[in-house]
Design a protein around this ligand. Structure first.
Ligand code: DX5
Ligand code: ZN
Length: 212
């Protein structure tokens, strides 16, 4: 699997060294919260631009914001490699998916723990990635929700059946134990926040998580 560290729980007073401490990761998970779609607020595309200057990792951008269609272009201009928005946050998921693809950027859609996976059925052929939330979006350090495993299996079977190309990513509550579970279910990319940032040997941990 690919491990995409979420630096939401890093020490922002020493951002540069925190990003360096996860330099073995090929991907970087960038969590954007607007205080509306989720209660908390984080950073936006200005921060993305800054971090792009100190990292050449693949920017896996997770937009937890209302009406992402109003602002998605700023994230593409700031250097997002993959832009994932929430199905629940927009009335026009198909149009937005097409608009992001038209800008030669990979596109993902995420669903919250209580959203039925079948809402994505008609979108699956055109998606580059589906992000299954295994915690309620909004903050790090929560407990993994087991119902996400059935969603991963569902996506993995659909992909096999129809020869689809999307990656399956899981976000929230990942540690060694849950990483094994999601891998068995068919996951390709794990987002890992607090488990990595609570460790002193982060790069080693990233390698171990990729090979559970
Ligand atoms: C939660 C975020 C996650 C979060 C993961 O809303 O999308 O990316 O930072 O953190 P952990 O791994 O601590 O659950
Ligand atoms: Zn995330």
């Amino acid at each position: 699997m690919i491990c995409s560290p979420s630096f939401l729980s890093c020490d922002f007073s020493k951002l540069e060294s925190e990003i360096k401490s996860i330099s073995k990761a090929k991907w970087l998970h960038f969590d954007v919260m607007d205080g509306k779609f989720v209660p908390n607020t984080t950073y936006d595309f200005h921060m993305l631009k800054l971090i792009k200057q100190i990292s050449d990792q693949y920017f896996d951008c997770h937009l937890m914001i209302e009406e992402p269609e109003k602002i998605y272009e700023k994230y593409i201009l700031a250097g997002a490699n993959l832009l994932t928005f929430h199905y629940e946050a927009t009335k026009q998921p198909i149009a937005l998916m097409k608009a992001i693809k038209a800008k030669k950027t990979k596109v993902g859609i995420s669903i919250k723990p209580n959203t039925d996976i079948s809402v994505l059925d008609t979108l699956l052929p055109d998606l580059d990635l589906i992000l299954i939330m295994s915690v309620e979006p909004g903050k790090g350090g929560q407990k993994f929700l087991l119902n996400s495993l059935d969603k991963i299996k569902y996506l993995s079977e659909k992909r096999k059946e129809h020869n689809y190309n999307y990656l399956i990513e899981v976000d929230g509550g990942i540690n060694f134990e849950t990483a094994k579970l999601v891998k068995e279910a068919g996951c390709d990319v794990i987002v890992v926040g607090s488990f990595i940032f609570n460790s002193d040997s982060r790069n080693d941990l990233i390698m171990e998580l990729e090979n559970v």
